[in-house]
Design a protein around this ligand. Structure first.
Ligand code: ZN
Length: 454
């Protein structure tokens, strides 16, 4: 890597010393920040991670800001850059340039063949290596991300029209979790009681589930898609809205495919109608929800609450103080500096708060007696909390640990609304077809195999 990097920049220097200097300064600055994230958070800079960087909002990225990040930036980025600006790059005659290039190439090839026994290992770990070799990790993956994004931004492919099969009033609430992993839910056998409320409610069921990716944009897309695909098909809310179902989307998060529904509200839109401490947190998603449902003239209502409660690294800032059940908690954004127990405590408190939010949704639905109602809670992906020295999420599926993809899939049903099939394992694609089934919507794309209801 070292020789190869030197060789590439030697070539660029020969072509233009000004451009080479500029490039190296830019790379040193970005490298210093990348190294910080790789060392502190154990991330790998692959295409998915680049997507996260481009899709992150200010609030989220500012939560990563810390003193050691500045130190990394100064020592590994700014100081080398100042040196680079000052140093004089010699102009090399063509003959010397060709000789040096030839010898270097020969040396690289010799080195590669001398280590031929490692090729298999390199191939097997190419994803990880590619995500760590700077500046190529972000340079190549940024280009790939934009190329793929351009391809994906084509117009969505419409699904064939659906029909509403009856006039019974029914509501389905889909709560999309953020970075929630099933192993920290006591419903899934966790030894700490992180589900004090849900565990006391009747008709609450849970399934073993895995996410199809380890990052938000792909996870949320899978939850809303009718099948596993890289293409942009009409997603569930758009499909139902276009076919005369009442669709309400409320979000404190980001990263969903384009949603085209009339009732789309983000945090700022919900804030004016919210009272109480929960408004600073995901509690804002519930403000005036019951009233909004009652105002609807339609028989079939589909509601999505896109939460952000368990998003790191500042877990302890994602819930109101009265939900700080497990103490002490990690208050640093540098996860590596907290004890594992403090970190898990803070994360567990986000699960306790999620438990409260879900129980509140159920409470609201129970009061709407004229409706058959159901709630599905499913997370976009899981989260690493220091296991195997990994934090957060976003590793490629092929090497991701189970903490990053084992997700909760929790269902609540109002009395006598429906019964569940006796299955134990589901995927994120079960959401689309189960919602169609529950609301009794007939669609040519409906797939009975990925439906949880009898
Ligand atoms: Zn996410």
């Amino acid at each position: 890597m070292l020789v190869l990097n030197a060789f590439v920049f030697y070539l660029i220097c020969f072509l233009s010393r000004v451009i080479a200097k500029l490039l190296m300064v830019i790379f040193f600055i970005i490298n210093s920040i990348s190294v910080y994230f790789i060392l502190i958070y154990g991330v790998i800079i692959d295409e998915g991670m680049i997507g996260n960087v481009f899709n992150t909002n200010y609030q989220e990225s500012s939560s990563f800001f810390s003193l050691s990040m500045v130190i990394f930036l100064i020592i590994l980025g700014i100081i080398p850059s100042i040196y680079l600006m000052k140093v004089k790059i010699e102009k090399v005659p063509l003959k010397k340039f060709l000789t040096t290039s030839f010898v270097t190439l020969l040396f690289i090839l010799a080195l590669a063949f001398a280590n031929a026994s490692n090729w298999l290992w390199i191939d097997k770990n190419s994803k990880t290596l590619g995500g760590l070799a700077m500046p190529w990790s972000y340079a190549v993956n940024t280009s790939l991300y934009h190329i793929h994004n351009y391809q994906k931004n084509k117009k969505e492919i419409l699904l064939p029209d659906l029909t509403i099969a009856d006039k019974n009033k029914s509501i389905m609430v889909l709560v999309i979790g953020e970075s929630a992993r099933s192993q920290n839910f006591s419903l899934y056998g966790y030894e700490k009681n992180t589900n004090p409320l849900l565990s006391k409610i009747n008709n609450v069921y849970h399934y073993n589930a895995t996410s199809s990716a380890t990052y938000t944009t792909a996870g949320v897309k899978s939850i809303l898609d009718h099948k596993s695909t890289d293409d942009l098909y009409e997603i569930l809310p758009n499909y139902l809205y276009r076919n005369n179902v009442e669709v309400i989307w409320r979000t404190t998060n980001w990263g969903e495919p384009p949603v085209h529904v009339k009732n789309f509200s983000n945090r700022e839109a919900l804030m004016p109608n919210c009272i109480g401490e929960g408004c600073e947190y995901d509690g804002v998603l519930l403000a005036g929800l019951k009233e909004q449902i009652l105002a609807s003239q339609k028989d079939k209502i589909f509601i999505v609450l896109h939460t952000s409660t368990s998003h790191g690294p500042s877990y302890s800032k994602k819930y109101p103080t009265q939900f700080e059940t497990f103490k002490p908690v990690c208050n640093s954004v540098e996860l590596g500096y907290c004890s594992q127990a403090e970190l898990v405590n803070a994360y567990d408190n986000t699960v306790v708060y999620t438990d409260y939010l879900l129980s509140k949704v159920i409470e609201d639905l129970k009061q709407l007696k004229q409706y058959n109602s159901a709630m599905i809670f499913v997370s976009d992906h899981g989260e690493s909390l220091g296991e195997k020295n990994l934090y957060m999420h976003g590793l490629p599926m092929s090497i991701a640990p189970k903490e990053q993809y084992e997700i909760p899939f929790i269902v609540w049903l109002s009395d006598s609304s429906k019964q569940l099939k006796p299955i134990t394992q589901v995927s994120q694609y079960h959401v689309f077809h189960s919602v169609l089934n529950f609301l009794n919507l007939k669609s040519p794309v409906y797939n009975e195999e990925v439906n949880i209801f009898k």
